[in-house]
Design a binder for this molecule. Structure first.
Ligand code: 13P
Length: 254
């Protein structure tokens, strides 16, 4: 059974004190995770230790990084390597968020290197893909997303790609309040799965969790997560509010 995941992406938000208060408020609200469900908090690098201390030994709850370097060590001032993250017991890293692609010029080729760095160091990449509004309006979103997957993931072995989590985040839905409809999400998730199946076979494709991201809220999470190929969400704005994120965790499929 595929893992169902509610992943919070705090992006560059919250002070340390606000982050602590948010995790305390989430802990205080009733939510349980079934054995196939996980909650993940992708926090800014300096808050990783704090978040791990707050999350403690809670079952199926993890702290993630929002990025890592493609290099493992060396003279790269300001960068953080996956080996550093691994040494802090970080299990997941968000790779290739559209904001990193857009503002930091991260290419599919660079992201392939970051994915390799993660997988070679027992860290799971949450690999983001998704098209802009112009591409959606031109109707070429499937080719575009297929290109992102092919160029950054299709060099991997069958075993390696099975350890990747994919997040489909249409750029036009990020932070805009304009969510993809559940049908649009399902259509793209099914396409992503079929594209993976075309290279790796159906059983590998069926084992990979594909999260939806882009204006997920407590009000739409049940419907979106209820789609057969949607295995949870990567959540920005609504993950910063305890009530909303708890409702999103509770919307995961069992
Ligand atoms: P919003 O949920 O704020 O639209 O952000 C989505 C996102 O980019 C998560 O990575």
């Amino acid at each position: 059974m595929r893992k169902q995941i509610a992943a919070a992406n705090w992006k560059m938000n919250l002070t340390l004190t606000e982050g602590e208060a948010l995790l305390d408020a989430i802990s205080a609200k009733p939510h349980t995770l079934a054995p196939n469900q996980e909650a993940i908090y992708a926090v800014p690098f300096p808050y990783i230790s704090m978040a791990q201390a707050k999350v403690g030994a809670k079952t199926n709850v993890y702290v993630a990084a929002q990025n890592c370097s493609n290099k493992l060590s060396g003279a790269y001032t300001g960068e953080v390597s996956v080996t550093m993250l691994q040494s802090m017991c970080v299990k997941y890293v968000v790779i290739g968020h559209s904001e990193r692609r857009e503002y930091f010029n991260e290419s599919n080729e660079l992201l392939a290197q970051k994915v390799d760095a993660c997988l070679e160091n027992q860290t799971t990449p949450i690999f983001c893909c998704g098209e802009s509004l112009a591409i959606r309006e031109a109707g070429t979103q499937n080719d575009y997303v297929a290109g992102q997957l092919t160029e950054s993931l299709f060099h991997l072995s069958e075993t390696a790609i099975s350890h990747v989590v994919i997040a489909y985040e249409p750029i036009w839905a990020i932070g805009t309040g304009k969510t993809a409809s559940s049908d649009q999400a399902q259509e793209m998730h099914a396409f992503i799965r079929s594209h993976i199946a075309s290279k790796y076979g159906a059983s590998v494709a069926d084992s990979i969790s594909i999260l939806y991201g882009g204006s997920v809220k407590s009000a739409n999470a049940v419907e979106i997560f209820g789609q057969p190929d949607v295995d949870g969400g990567l959540v920005g704005g609504a993950s910063l509010i305890a009530d909303k994120f708890v409702a999103i965790i509770n919307a995961l499929k069992k």
